[in-house]
Design a protein around this ligand. Structure first.
Ligand code: ASP
Length: 451
């Protein structure tokens, strides 16, 4: 494994620390935690280790966080929590025994006592990370620092920016630190969790607070792939992607990181490196501010099924004041969030996730008739959206031509086209059965074979 990382701009940084966050599957068992220990010890710059709660060991295993939510439910129903908490206790005791870590029984007893005494749901859910950070700090001979000391939420429930100086202050000194992910304290000083998967956000906040050279996010895949491997056989891995490209890809379903994890490090220009705990020598994916476009022009293809489009046609629509606003207001009135709104001279469509529309279709159509008085209105279900993303697409002639030629050659009927204002993506809407063939056609048209 390499001991030096080339950071942005090609300069080699040797002194700035590395924040290494390990996800649920990377800390699911004693065997996995041994891998974590080897990774952390292989580079002395890995000074801040952020851990998730133990995740699944096998596909049908239970995550500790899910068991804790169950415990909270059981406790708040007034039912005995001991049998449910027993599953969690067994999990930590087995890991501690296999790793030769002592002292977990007392900490588990304290947590159980608090749950019985009426702890809040967020407090209970956060204990998965808390307990694991205590255990792993003990194993690594590191200092445990509670996330409650570092991470604060404001009265609006959003991250309080004072978290950065506070974190920095609590992580001073020599040696290794282990910090639990997923939670902080709210404005009243009570434990509050991020949304699920939120340990990624904790890692990003710590990386920013400590001005890290890189934020490593250790997981169970070797980074992002250029397309979904369930559709494309052996898609090429993505070695480098910009934050903006990642946003576009993850918005369309390619998920490796919690959505909110990008912002703290992006603002501070700290690269994120997605790495595989089970294959640490794999290069992984670097997420950076800027990159040079490569031979493929595109960086990836992502997409999702399950969209509905409402198409409204009205002659001279473009001369009518507030037509688009009135259309969108109707959706707002029904509490429907929309994704895209492509228009042409006499027509406008709005695309939204089908679940947003569920049970409201008839009323929405009636309201459109009443308020917009259109010549025609149609609702099309089962639309799939595909985003083709890449900074290399901006200001390049012929990219759209290549894309549509590939789709036409594959006999695919394109129902919607939208190019993001940033010009780094082209989104096409196709009927659901055309989704996979369309992804394959685009991949083939743009991605060169490796080697
Ligand atoms: N353990 C929490 C969850 O399962 C947070 C995390 O793992 O990032 O959502």
């Amino acid at each position: 494994m390499s001991l030096l990382y080339v950071v942005d701009g090609g300069k080699q940084e040797s002194s700035a620390p590395i924040v290494a966050k390990f996800g649920g599957t990377s800390v699911a068992s004693a065997e996995q935690i041994q891998k974590l220990a080897a990774i952390v010890r292989s580079d002395p710059r890995r000074r801040y280790v952020v851990v998730s709660a133990p995740g699944k060991r096998t596909p049908d295993d239970k995550k500790v966080t899910d068991l804790l939510y169950l415990c909270s439910h059981v406790a708040h129903e007034g039912v005995d929590v001991k049998p449910t908490f027993g599953l969690i206790r067994d999990r930590y005791e087995e890991i501690a025994r296999d790793l030769g870590v002592e002292g977990m029984t007392e900490i588990l007893d304290d947590v159980e006592r608090e749950i019985i005494a009426g702890a809040t749901e967020d407090w209970i859910a956060s204990r998965g990370e808390y307990l694991h950070a205590r255990l792993i700090a003990n194993l690594l001979d590191a200092k445990f620092v509670d996330a409650g000391e570092c991470i604060r939420f404001g009265p609006d429930g959003l991250l309080d920016p004072r978290s950065y100086p506070l974190t920095n202050q609590h992580l001073q000194g020599e040696g290794l630190f282990v910090i639990p992910g997923f939670y902080g304290l709210n404005a009243e000083g009570k434990v509050k969790t991020f949304s699920r998967g939120g340990s990624d956000v904790t890692g990003a906040i710590i990386a920013r607070a400590m001005d890290a050279a890189v934020y490593e996010n250790w997981t169970d895949v070797s980074g992002l792939l250029m397309a979904d491997p369930r559709i494309i056989e052996g898609p090429r891995p993505i070695q480098e992607v910009t934050y903006r490209e990642l946003r576009e890809l993850s918005y369309m379903g390619a998920n490796v990181l919690h959505d909110e994890a990008v912002f703290p490090v992006r603002e501070a220009n700290i690269p994120i490196l997605i790495k595989n705990t089970n294959a640490p020598e794999d290069p992984g994916t670097r997420i950076v501010q800027e990159r040079e476009p490569d031979e493929n022009v595109i960086i990836g293809i992502a997409g999702k099924k399950g969209f509905t489009t409402i198409f409204v046609e009205k002659a001279l629509m473009n001369l009518e004041h507030g037509f688009g606003r009135k259309f969108l207001e109707i959706l707002d009135h029904f509490n429907i969030r929309w994704e895209h709104a492509p228009t042409s001279i006499d027509s406008m469509s709005v695309i939204c996730a089908s679940e947003e529309m569920e049970g409201k279709e008839q009323q929405v159509l009636e309201e459109i008739q009443l308020i917009l008085d259109p010549d025609r209105v149609d609702m099309l279900h089962d639309l799939a959206l595909i985003a083709t993303v890449g900074i290399g697409m901006a200001h390049q002639v012929g990219i759209a031509g290549r894309l549509f030629a590939a789709l036409a050659e594959a006999g695919i009927n394109v129902r919607m086209i939208n190019q993001g204002a940033s010009e780094i993506n082209i989104i096409v809407g196709v009927e659901a059965p055309d989704f996979e063939p369309a992804v394959r056609a685009i991949y083939k048209a743009f991605v060169k074979e490796e080697g």
